[in-house]
Design a protein around this ligand. Structure first.
Ligand code: ACO
Length: 406
């Protein structure tokens, strides 16, 4: 069989999905046929999750029942809370989330049941409990008492309540809810792909979700929102934006929150978020940050070479100021993304299992062949060692030893 090499898999279609559709050239994102802009304006995270999992909008009765089911399972097992208490307080919240999502499975008797019914129940628990996991770790690391979930609140409202111990205003709840809607699914992005690879081995939903959290963490994926905020705080003032960004571009450094593997036009999630971020920033006295973001966008969009490459703001650019305006710590930003994307990850895993095929691509071997196995006493580092793959050299440097011992 002829093999095509497609590093980064940019031109590879590896799954069918009915969850979301992306047209990167036109800047279109739809969940099950509904444009993301109309969902951000009119839907809720609960409703969008239902839509992703069922392929149609729910009736009022269906949405009420679904919301009640989510609210009913937002409690965490006390033994799980003890386990989270054991995580060092200095751990990054995304790392703590990776551990605690994995640990959720230890307390779910259905963890290894891969029937569609059990997986739907587990999907519900994962979506309901992920915000609680994030809030519990955050409060424990700050030495604050834990806040029990409030079953009368939406996922967004309860998330803010469990994080802060204060009733969120309607505007704050709406702001977080909009962000949750916008991040819930996005085709075969890196973390969703990772989740599908894991579940395709007929592993379990908790393992797939854990894989996905670890993949989302990276700054080229979900971790970018935190880096956007760090950049804004480092710049500090509107008057310093031009110098900072232009120097960065002159050094050929990437501007975080810009560019996307699929979108070569304006990220449709950023379109509404830009207007929304302005409102939230204005309401919370953070308009200066918004103005800095807007100026960064102006500078980047005025670079012909970047426009040529299709570099526009992505969803992380304006979600950063929105989360900051909500008072969230910077290292929680990517966790919020994870809480939302759990909806898409779970939906994709269930979809993968419905027509499963092991996902197993090839690697192009670049090393030598047919070498004679020499006893250890006869081995010497020869000139040919310069031809060993650079990845192996990196491993040997990282391990501080000869790679051949690995
Ligand atoms: N700023 C400046 N230049 C950029 C940026 C950026 N943010 N992103 C890409 N480029 C340039 C690259 O330098 C490269 O230029 P070259 O062809 O002259 O070498 C070209 O655009 C293509 O970049 P690639 O990295 O090959 O594109 P890819 O599709 O692999 O990467 C990615 C997409 C990783 C998102 C990239 O745009 C990036 O690093 N952006 C910054 C990080 C970020 O915001 N990530 C969040 C993405 S959205 C999400 O995951 C929710």
């Amino acid at each position: 069989m002829p093999l095509n090499i497609d590093k980064g898999l940019a031109g590879t279609v590896a799954a069918d999905t009915a969850l979301s559709f992306i047209d990167g050239a036109k800047g279109v994102l739809e969940y099950a046929g509904y444009d993301i802009d109309s969902l951000a304006r009119n839907s809720t995270f609960e409703e969008s999750t239902w839509l992703l999992w069922n392929g149609r909008l729910p009736t009022a009765a269906e949405l009420t029942a679904f919301t009640a089911s989510l609210q009913a399972c937002s409690d965490l097992d006390p033994r799980l809370i003890e386990l989270i208490r054991g995580i060092p307080k200095t751990t990054a919240p995304m790392d703590a989330l990776r551990t605690s999502v994995s640990a959720l499975g230890h307390f779910d008797p259905e963890a290894d049941d891969n029937s569609p019914e059990a997986n739907r129940r587990k999907a519900l628990r994962l979506v309901a409990r992920t915000p609680a996991l994030i809030a519990v770790f955050d409060r424990l690391r700050k030495g604050k008492p834990l806040v029990a979930p409030d079953r009368s609140l939406s996922v967004a409202g309860n998330f803010l309540w469990m994080l802060t111990g204060a009733r969120p205003t309607a505007a704050m709840e709406k702001a977080l809810d909009v962000c949750l809607v916008l991040h819930a699914d996005h085709g075969l992005n890196a973390s969703t792909f990772a989740a599908r690879v894991t579940i395709a081995t007929q592993s379990d939903l908790y393992s797939a979700a854990t894989t996905a959290v670890g993949t989302l963490k990276g700054p080229l994926h979900g971790g970018a929102n935190q880096e956007v905020m760090e950049m804004l705080l480092e710049i500090g003032d509107l008057s310093k934006v031009d110098g900072y960004i232009k120097e960065k571009l002159a050094r050929k450094e990437r501007i975080m929150g810009f560019g996307h593997r699929v979108y070569k036009a304006y990220d449709p999630r950023a379109t509404y978020l830009k207007t929304f971020a302005k409102q939230v920033a204005s309401d919370t006295g953070n308009l200066a940050l918004y103005e800095m973001s807007r100026r960064i966008e102006e500078i980047v969009l005025a670079q012909p070479n970047l426009i040529e490459k299709g570099i526009f703001p992505n969803v992380d650019f304006y979600s950063a100021t929105t989360y900051y305006s909500l008072g969230l710590d910077l290292d929680l930003f990517t966790c919020v993304f994870a809480a939302s994307r759990m909806s898409g990850w779970a939906g994709h895993c269930i979809e993968q299992l419905a027509a499963n095929k092991l996902i197993r691509p090839h690697a192009d071997y670049t090393g030598p062949h047919g070498l004679r196995y020499a006893p250890i006493g006869e081995r010497a580092v020869s000139a040919t060692s310069s031809t060993i793959p650079s990845a192996r050299q990196a491993m040997s440097v990282a391990a501080g030893s000869n790679a051949s011992s690995m």
